[in-house]
Design a protein around this ligand. Structure first.
Ligand code: SF4
Length: 277
């Protein structure tokens, strides 16, 4: 990355932080208890100050000094390339996968999206109609609500990673992918067949915390039949990583009273991420 690209990136990050600071709680439709804690606000202020300092330093520096800065970060650059490359390779394999029947009828395999080095990884059950059509996870109304939850936590969709247990759209009537209301949860068998891809994603990203959204993904990872209302809010572990089960955003759209519980769960996640530094 050259100096002007780096400055542009810094300005983009700073603008995003400013927008976040001006964020209006009432626009979020999320429970009003979803407010930034003092710790989060302190972190944002610290990050903003660091960016300003870096920006000033870079403006003063000439191209030769800039080259020095680039040379000082070889490990970070190599790591980024490795993780991105690994996720790209995995994506190629998923796109070509027909290991279960879901692969025969899907329009797009939906691999996942976000930061290959994310601290937090959200895992849902599978793509729905819109995700199948656009090839991205969690879009539409439930996706918008997830975005708001992520932003209320002080992150963006680009700083976390979002994936599903199954990468192809489970349909009630697979012969007609254009039919609306055709979504269904994946079966346990479909999840078991596809899960190795998710495990690879988790291994590559190595997040500090996993958040499972809804009963299907929680049950599949934890190998339990318990109901989500009894599993949510309690940390457990998957592949040695703390896992917090919570409700699926679609459940919050059906029953807004659950938002409060989700926010309680997210506060525990934020505390853990802050503790792990
Ligand atoms: S759901 Fe998973 S296992 Fe089944 S075809 Fe799609 S990528 Fe392959």
């Amino acid at each position: 990355m050259n100096q002007s690209e780096y400055l542009k990136l810094l300005r983009l990050v700073r603008t995003a932080i400013e927008e976040y600071k001006n964020w209006d709680e009432d626009e979020l439709v999320i429970d009003k208890s979803m407010q930034r804690t003092k710790i989060e606000q302190k972190e944002i202020t610290k990050l903003n100050t660091n960016i300003k300092n870096d920006d000033q330093k870079l403006t003063k520096q000439g191209p030769i000094q800039m080259k020095k800065n680039i040379n000082q970060e070889p490990i970070k650059n190599i790591q980024t390339k490795n993780a991105e490359q690994k996720l790209d390779d995995l994506k190629e394999r998923i796109i070509g996968c027909k290991k279960c029947d879901l692969g025969k009828y899907r329009l797009n395999a939906v691999c996942g999206s976000g930061n290959p080095y994310a601290d937090i990884m959200f895992i849902g059950e599978g793509p729905g109609f819109q995700e199948d059509h656009e090839g991205k996870p969690f879009i539409g109304r439930a996706g918008d609500l997830l975005t708001k939850i992520i932003e209320a936590m002080g992150f963006t969709r680009d700083t976390v990673y979002i994936a599903n247990i199954v990468k192809c759209h489970p349909m009630k009537n697979p012969e007609n992918p254009e039919l609306k209301g055709n979504d269904r949860p994946p079966t346990m068998e479909e999840m078991q067949i596809c899960q190795p891809y998710l495990d690879e994603q988790i291994k590559i990203i190595s997040p500090k915390v996993i958040i499972t959204l809804g009963a299907s993904s929680t049950r599949a990872l934890l190998k339990t039949d318990d109901v989500i209302s009894s599993l949510r809010g309690k940390f457990t572990e998957y592949m040695g990583i703390p896992l917090m089960p919570t409700y699926h955003p679609a459940a919050l759209l059906r029953n807004p009273k659950l938002k409060k519980d989700v926010w309680q769960d997210m506060k525990k996640v934020m505390a853990l991420v802050n503790r792990k530094g």
